[in-house]
Structure formats: structure tokens, C-alpha cells
Design a protein around this ligand. Structure first.
Ligand SMILES: C[S@@+](CC[C@H](N)C(=O)[O-])C[C@H]1O[C@@H](n2cnc3c(N)ncnc32)[C@H](O)[C@@H]1O
Length: 191
């Protein structure tokens, strides 16, 4: 019952932030449970030490990651929306670090937290709304910090980024769910 209420509050807050700054938020509602599952399913949580999340929003994917991550692991979540950060900061879990800054700054925060290896990067960034220069900078950092066995998992509402990801990663697995508003493609990128 509590979860349902919380879910409704989360949807309202999401819509409010979309009307305030739609370009950055990139969606009218949090991801559906079907999309969340597709984002988390490619992760092998055994031995995971560090996961990075880009654009956690109201935390729908964050909660699922925390449910499955080992107790000695860390989740660094980058979110530029201040209201969303306030909400995320209420999640009471010592493994979660909310970073109220842009995904482009990932490297700087890895140094600060003395992290040299990232197992997975789970991203909801609305690439279609972000300037090309910034997307390129983010993807360059992703490939630099991701461990050899790691994966970059990204969802988008179009296939626009597919070609670009294929030039960067050896393998890009494409998945799709119609059960989301709007329907979404999930790219799982590995080397
Ligand atoms: C489509 S929403 C996804 C929210 C949530 N992960 C979900 O799936 O419901 C995209 C999120 O990315 C955040 N965002 C946009 N640009 C960002 C950036 N450069 N760095 C970090 N977060 C960013 C937005 O504020 C928004 O919360």
C-alpha cells in the first residue's frame, strides 16, 4: 500500500519536473517495471563492486539495483535535477551516493571516491535532448572507466544512438519493450 502511494507521488513529481524542464528530464513518467527489468536483467550481480547510474530521476531503477547489489558494493548516481536529488537523498542505504552533478563529471568523482574499476553503467540519459558534444564526452568517459567485463546499459525512445554505440563498442545487444510510455529500446554494450 505504501509503495503504491509512493509510486503515485513519484509519477506526479516526474510530470511536474517534465513541465518545468522537459528537455533535461526527457520523459513524462518514470520507467515502467517492464523497462526497469530489461535495464537490470543484463547485470550479473555476483562480485559487483561498483555500479554507476546516470539520470536516476525519482529512483525507480536505483531501488531495483540496490535490491540486488551485494552489501559491500557502491552505487554512484548522477542526477542534475535538484528536486529529484532531494528525493533520492531520502533513500536510506549506505551503498548509495547521490551526486548532484552531470554525468560528464564521472571521472572526477571516481577519483574522489578512490574507485578505479566500474562494473556497470546504467543510463537513462535522454541523449536525443543532450548536445552532441556532451553525449560524445559522456561516451568517451564511459569507455575509459568501464572494466573489460563490464557493460554500459542505456535506454532510449528511438534507435538514433544505435549506430554510434556500434562504432564505440564491440557488441551492442538491442532489446525493446512496448510496455513503457513511450515504448523503449534498451542497448547493452560490451567489449
Ligand atoms: C528519462 S529520465 C529517467 C529517470 C529514471 N531513471 C527512470 O527511468 O524513470 C532522465 C533523467 O536524466 C537526468 N539527466 C539529464 N541530463 C543529465 C546529465 N547530464 N547528468 C545526469 N543526469 C541527467 C534528468 O534530470 C532525468 O532525471
Amino acid at each position: 500500500m505504501y509503495y503504491q502511494t509512493d509510486e503515485i507521488v513519484s509519477k506526479k513529481e516526474f510530470l511536474k519536473e517534465f513541465f518545468k524542464q522537459g528537455k533535461n528530464v526527457g520523459a513524462v513518467a518514470p520507467s515502467s517495471k517492464f523497462l526497469v527489468k530489461k535495464m537490470v536483467d543484463p547485470i550479473n550481480f555476483t562480485n559487483v563492486k561498483c555500479i554507476i547510474e546516470f539520470g536516476p530521476g525519482t529512483g525507480i531503477i536505483t531501488h531495483e539495483l540496490l535490491k540486488k547489489m551485494p552489501s559491500d558494493s557502491i552505487l554512484l548516481a548522477f542526477e542534475i535535477n535538484k528536486e529529484f536529488c532531494e528525493r533520492l537523498n531520502k533513500i536510506n542505504d549506505p551503498r548509495l551516493v547521490i551526486i548532484s552533478d552531470s554525468a560528464e563529471k564521472l571521472e572526477q568523482y571516481l577519483v574522489e571516491h578512490k574507485i578505479d574499476k566500474v562494473d556497470y553503467i546504467v543510463s537513462s540519459l535522454p541523449f536525443a535532448m543532450i548536445p552532441n558534444k556532451v553525449v560524445n564526452a559522456i561516451l568517451a568517459i564511459v569507455t575509459k572507466v568501464l572494466s573489460k567485463e563490464g557493460a554500459f546499459i542505456q535506454y532510449q525512445y528511438s534507435l538514433n544512438v544505435y549506430k554510434r554505440l556500434r562504432t564505440i563498442f564491440k557488441n551492442v545487444d538491442l532489446n525493446f519493450t512496448p510496455m513503457n510510455l513511450p515504448p523503449a529500446f534498451v542497448f547493452t554494450c560490451t567489449n
